[in-house]
Design a protein around this ligand. Sequence first.
Ligand SMILES: Cc1cc2nc3c(=O)[nH]c(=O)nc-3n(C[C@H](O)[C@H](O)[C@H](O)COP(=O)(O)OP(=O)(O)OC[C@H]3O[C@@H](n4cnc5c(N)ncnc54)[C@H](O)[C@@H]3O)c2cc1C
Length: 443
Amino acid sequence: MTATNTALARLRTLFPNAPNKVVNPASDEQYPAAVAVPWSQTCWTPAAGYVYLSTVEELAGTLAIIRETGAKFAIRTTGHNPNVGFSSGDETAIVLEIGQLNSRELILADGEGDQGAIARVGPGNTWRNVYGWLEGLGLSAIGGRDPEAGLGGFLTGGGMGAFPNLYGLGADGVRNFQVLLADGSLINANAEKNTDLYRALKGGGSNFGIITQFDIAVHPLIKVQYDLNLNSPEDHDAINQATVAVQHAMEEDSKIGIFTNFNNGFVAVGSLYADHSDKPPRGLELFRNLKSLVKTAVPSTRGTILRSVCTVSTLISHELYEDVYRAWVEVCKTLPSGVVLHYTIQHMGKAGVQAGKGSGGNIMGYVSVPQTWWIVACEWPKDGSDDSDAAAIQSLAEAREVLLEYKCMNFARGSQKVLASYGAENVKRMQEAAARYDPEGVF
Ligand SMILES: Cc1cc2nc3c(=O)[nH]c(=O)nc-3n(C[C@H](O)[C@H](O)[C@H](O)COP(=O)(O)OP(=O)(O)OC[C@H]3O[C@@H](n4cnc5c(N)ncnc54)[C@H](O)[C@@H]3O)c2cc1C
């Protein structure tokens, strides 16, 4: 009997009165549904079993069996990470499904109203749950731009919200991680206790233990104003110029948020403002005035089903943006029909780095300058192949001397050296934390 089969047999005896908790290929309807949860079909790899955990006690019992048997496992909240094996497993592995750990509670600091209030939230929440709940309380938090993304991976991978310069990243604002360690102990990691683990979890990924609860900073409700426009790619020069100008304007006005996505036949430009204002905020009018506006719309990118991403970070440079555009046009000409390769320019400002530090900081080691975190994404039908690659941007940026070391975990391909990009000192801190909190290397 393999370690995984032994673990599954023991898990069934752990939950004798709840047969639906352990789902395996013999579970007629549940099994196909459990396999097909991840956002990208590349991760629809049938696992030996899926275990649905709804309490920390159940999770602890399950983890003990996993550890004792040495079974291969993965943790899943929403399955939004498109890297195979991150929150999925094959027939040799068990997936621990923790989406039901979705409690939400507002903790008020010394009864002083919203000042210093904290949202105590389970890792299985989606941002949609959290936003909706907080909005009812007149509050907001730094979460994903796609509300279906989950807290678990988003916050441990850094977490870029719509307004990076306002309060920094999601990880910056985590006040406490409650963590289930491999040895079964449940500990808190914060600015006073287990500070090394606290630091490591702020963007250092999920391989230290299972986070069972996050305490995150909340802010007064952000009133968002936004345009989502589709422009013609032929206007690339003006779009890139406007993007650069808005990125510079963001250093002066941290309420601005943007993304520029070069896609198959259109450029989707999202311009956001974290307030209601009658006239367009400075900088954003550049997007509104682009001559190539096709329509104001939310683009539909659901045409294909298999997806992958990768990332690189650079300084802001109109010349680089034009180099990348030209290289992308050439690559697109070589793609088989049905394959969509697209890229997005995302801003992280000096103001955002400072705001993040002020809010608590993280372990990701990116420099304090206005910069661009690129996402290169590929979507392809079943018989296609993955053509996403950030290497071209990297070498173009190198040639222009605007390449930065940092790689954003949440948009990285599994094979990219994300943790090494945080710098030697931070790598050492993460290794020390892993050795201390997970000495047997269970995670
Ligand atoms: C459509 C889309 C939009 C996105 N938008 C944004 C965005 O705006 N900003 C941004 O920063 N990122 C964004 N992302 C990236 C996203 O944040 C990452 O893919 C993230 O890993 C997803 O986390 P999850 O918990 O939802 O997914 P999962 O795939 O379930 O988990 C991701 C990883 O975290 C681990 N993990 C999850 N929970 C825990 C836990 N409690 N303890 C330990 N490990 C855990 C899993 O094992 C896995 O390795 C987006 C992704 C998609 C697909």
